[in-house]
Write a protein that binds this ligand. Structure first.
Ligand code: 5GP
Ligand code: ZN
Length: 134
């Protein structure tokens, strides 16, 4: 399989490492939305969020929280985003699960071009039921 993040996890492609242990690697994103934009990946290959076993998810999530705290201390941003893109339509381009941790600033001009939808009368109840009943 040709996966750049597997290569990075195996030490075969150079990255600027933030954190590493047996199971998890964190490194700077090569095309940052803001300086310090960091990725956190499991060393094992899982395509996306739903594929992660619970113990891996728990572990990588707790580590990501610690890395987010480091980024906040290092850059003192006004906020930060934790993002997981799952699937091409959601913006996933590397199909090896990763968290993005992105420091944010009030004036950073990073804009997600969002057009909000709305629900019709009674539709919210129906939609909530649809999800609950799966
Ligand atoms: P996705 O779009 O899948 O959520 O995010 C993939 C991220 O990986 C992108 O932000 C992209 O800039 C980053 N990326 C892709 N290839 C490399 C690489 O070879 N090295 C590093 N450091 N980041 C990469
Ligand atoms: Zn991979």
């Amino acid at each position: 399989m040709n996966c750049i993040f597997c290569e990075i996890a195996a030490g075969k492609a150079p990255v600027e490492i933030i954190y590493e242990d047996e199971n998890v690697l964190s490194f700077l994103d090569i095309k940052p939305l803001n300086i310090g934009h960091t990725l956190v990946i499991p060393k094992r290959h899982y395509e996306n969020y739903l594929d992660l076993p619970a113990d891996e998810l728990r572990n990588i999530t707790l580590i990501s929280q610690k890395i987010a705290a480091k980024i906040v201390k290092a850059f003192e941003p006004d906020g930060f985003n934790i993002i997981v893109n799952s699937g091409k339509a959601a913006g996933q381009s590397i199909f090896h699960f990763h968290y993005h941790i992105i420091p944010r600033y009030s004036d950073d001009k990073v804009k997600f071009n969002i057009v909000f939808k709305s629900y019709g009368n009674g539709e919210m109840k129906q939609i909530a039921e649809k999800i609950k009943n799966v």
